[in-house]
Design a protein around this ligand. Structure first.
Ligand code: GAR
Length: 201
C-alpha cells in the first residue's frame, strides 16, 4: 500500500509538528506522509513550519459566534480535499464532537502533556497541565499519545513516557522537558506504528 496520508492539526508553536516532519526526513516515519496541516489559529507559528517543509496548509477558524458544526464541516472539507486517512492532533486546542470522532474511529491521534488519567480532560491543555502537576506536587509526569474518541483525552492509550519533575520547576521549564524527553519521541513513533498497521490491513 502507498503511504498513509496524514493531516496534522495545530494551534500554536508546532514543535510536535516539527518532530513529525523531522521523523519523516530521517526515515523514522516512513509508513505515512504529512500531506496537510490545518490550523484553527491564523497566527500559529506551526503554519510557517509547514510552509518551510513544503506541506500544504489550510486555515479553519471557529469565529466567536461560529458553531461547532460549521467549524467541523470546514475541517471535514479540508480533510476530504486531501483524501486524508490519519489525523494527528499536535497541540490542537479544540475539542472535537462525537459525530466527528466517530467518522475517524482509531484514525485520530492526540498527544497530551501528562500521564493520562492524571491532569487531563476539558480545561487541561498546554501550560495549565504542567501548572496543575506542579500544584499537586507530583514527582513524575510525562506525556501520552492516545486515540481520540468522544471523551476528551479518554480514548485508548497508545504510548506513554514518564519525565521527572525537578525541584524549582516552573510550568515553562517542565513543559520544555516533557516535550523534549517525551512528546517529540513518542508522537512520531506512535504515528509510524499506527500507519504501519494501516498499511498491512
Ligand atoms: C504540547 O505540549 C501538547 O502536548 C499540548 O500543547 C502543546 C503544543 O505544543 N497539547 C495539549 O495540551 C492538548 N490537550 P506545540 O504546538 O509546540 O506542539
Amino acid at each position: 500500500m502507498d503511504k498513509v496520508k496524514i493531516a496534522v492539526l495545530v494551534s500554536g508553536g508546532g514543535t510536535n509538528l516539527q518532530a513529525i516532519l523531522d521523523a519523516q526526513t530521517s526515515g523514522a516515519l516512513h509508513s505515512g506522509e504529512v500531506r496537510l496541516v490545518i490550523s484553527n489559529r491564523p497566527d500559529a507559528y506551526a503554519l510557517q513550519r509547514a510552509e518551510k517543509a513544503g506541506v500544504p496548509t489550510r486555515m479553519v477558524v471557529r469565529g466567536a459566534q461560529g458553531s461547532r458544526e460549521t467549524f467541523e464541516a470546514g475541517l471535514l472539507a479540508a480533510l476530504e480535499e486531501f483524501d486524508i486517512q490519519l489525523i494527528v492532533l499536535a497541540g490542537f486546542m479544540a475539542i472535537l464532537s462525537g459525530d466527528f470522532t466517530a467518522r475517524y474511529e482509531k484514525r485520530i491521534l492526540n498527544v497530551h502533556p501528562s500521564l493520562i488519567p492524571a491532569f487531563c480532560g476539558e480545561g487541561y491543555y498546554g501550560l495549565r497541565v504542567h501548572q496543575a502537576a506542579l500544584e499537586k506536587g507530583v514527582k513524575v509526569t510525562g506525556a501520552t499519545v492516545h486515540f481520540v474518541n468522544e471523551v476528551p483525552d479518554g480514548g485508548e492509550i497508545i504510548a506513554q513516557k514518564a519525565v521527572a519533575v525537578h525541584p524549582g520547576d516552573t510550568p515553562e521549564r517542565l513543559q520544555k522537558r516533557v516535550m523534549r524527553q517525551a512528546e517529540w519521541k513518542i508522537l512520531p513513533a506512535a504515528i509510524e506504528s499506527v500507519a504501519a498497521g494501516m498499511c498491512s490491513e
